[in-house]
Ligand binder design. Structure first.
Ligand SMILES: Cc1cc2nc3c(=O)[nH]c(=O)nc-3n(C[C@H](O)[C@H](O)[C@H](O)COP(=O)(O)OP(=O)(O)OC[C@H]3O[C@@H](n4cnc5c(N)ncnc54)[C@H](O)[C@@H]3O)c2cc1C
Length: 358
């Protein structure tokens, strides 16, 4: 047994929110073999298992996390030439995501350039089908190598097996089953950058290189405090705390009526709304601000980012319960004004006794 399992390890420093209690037991694994050893260790000791990447999309309860928390630290990026101009990039789960984007862009491989600046590790990207500025990892995903805890074996899930959707996947819906070990993407050598997102297309010439697009995305993200920057007062966050609600026509009509009746817009087309698989995707940040929650709002030691209404921030010395109370307040306001229920994007860690996200 080469594993170094520690007891009572504070998790806050391992998360971008810097909140929450300790792990009952904790181990960092640097290879697939160690990861599988950790799974066996948990089984042998009757411990619940929780996996942690870069901690940028999790909320740790103040009471901590019971069982064994396994931090994925297996590294490595490989390339394999495929048909035509396709190249398969395989990243180990513990590889920092920005290294993956950098490896692709610096080799002129198109497909991930708009996903720059997203904190965390490669293994977490399929969990919520990470996306930004017009790209989602699902656009390029070929396969996810997993350990299937239900079957007790290593498996390769194809893209369709992952059932990816907007900020969602089968892996997210079934968190106790799959451990992500590695992720593979199909990229295009010499391919054009994706300029699908309005704000990005406006900021980039149509002839922009992959590196220029990446640079522009980073600049846009920085303005919204959406990169990890130690000098940014909004730096302790989990990115967007709420997903954009995807609603049916009836709910959308209620939103329009509420916005017009309250004088929040003069015309329906002033409400940001995008088609999404036959439904309508609303902008959660717009709903939050129009419901009366403003950027920079503070509730004690937590608040709303001064740069982005969708991000909740921790100002230091706070608690997860304060953060969840603020999230609950925001959800209640949006529900009262628009009759829309906002869903929380980050995952609340802790298989036992964890309070539900509001
Ligand atoms: C400033 C900021 C900006 C962000 N911007 C974006 C954005 O633009 N788009 C976007 O989609 N997200 C964004 N995020 C959210 C977050 O960065 C992504 O969701 C990221 O992929 C999470 O990676 P992580 O390694 O930190 O995962 P963690 O937060 O450690 O884990 C997230 C979830 O995945 C599970 N998990 C992690 N690794 C594994 C594994 N190997 N096997 C099984 N389960 C695993 C965890 O148990 C947890 O449930 C942002 C976050 C921050 C702080």
């Amino acid at each position: 047994m080469s594993l170094r399992v520690e007891r009572d390890v504070p998790l806050a420093p391992l998360t971008t929110l810097e909140l929450g209690g300790a792990a009952e037991a904790f181990v960092a694994v640097e290879s697939e073999a160690e990861c599988l050893e950790a799974v066996e260790y948990a089984q042998a000791h009757g411990l619940a298992l929780t996996f942690l990447g870069g901690g940028s999309n999790v909320v740790v309860p103040d009471a901590g996390v019971s069982g064994l928390v396994v931090a994925m630290r297996n590294r490595g990026i490989q390339f394999e030439e495929a048909a035509g101009r396709s190249v398969i990039l395989r990243a180990a789960a513990g590889e920092p995501w920005e290294n993956v984007v950098d490896a692709a862009v610096s080799r002129e491989l198109a497909g991930l350039e708009c996903l720059t600046g997203i904190p965390g590790l490669a293994g977490a990207t399929p969990i919520q089908n990470v996306g930004a500025y017009g790209q989602e990892i699902g656009d390029q995903l070929v396969s996810v190598e997993v350990f299937d805890r239900e079957e007790g074996m290593r498996r390769v899930l194809g893209r369709d097996d992952c059932e990816l959707a907007y900020r969602d996947s089968r892996l997210k819906r079934d968190p106790t089953r799959f451990v992500v070990l590695a992720v593979s993407f199909e990229l295009e050598r010499g391919g054009a950058p994706a300029l699908r997102y309005g704000e990005l297309a406006e900021a980039c010439p149509a002839s922009a290189s992959l590196a220029e697009v990446r640079h522009t995305v980073l600049a846009l993200r920085r303005k919204k405090s959406m990169v990890l920057d130690p000098d940014d007062p909004n730096r302790r966050s989990a990115g967007s705390f709420f997903t954009n609600p995807v609603v049916d026509d009836e709910t959308y009509a209620r939103v329009v009526d509420a916005a017009l009746a309250r004088g929040l817009v003069e015309r329906e087309d002033a409400i940001p709304c995008f088609p999404s698989d036959g439904r309508k995707k609303l902008a959660a940040g717009w709903l939050i601000e129009r419901a009366g929650i403003h950027k920079g709002l503070r509730r004690g030691r937590v608040g709303v980012s001064s740069a982005h209404a969708l991000a909740l921030v921790h100002h230091g010395g706070g608690s997860t319960s304060e953060l969840l109370a603020l999230a609950g307040e925001i959800r209640a306001k949006v529900a009262a004004v628009f009759s829309v229920k906002l869903e929380c994007e980050p995952q609340l860690l802790g298989p036992h006794g964890a309070p539900a996200l509001p």
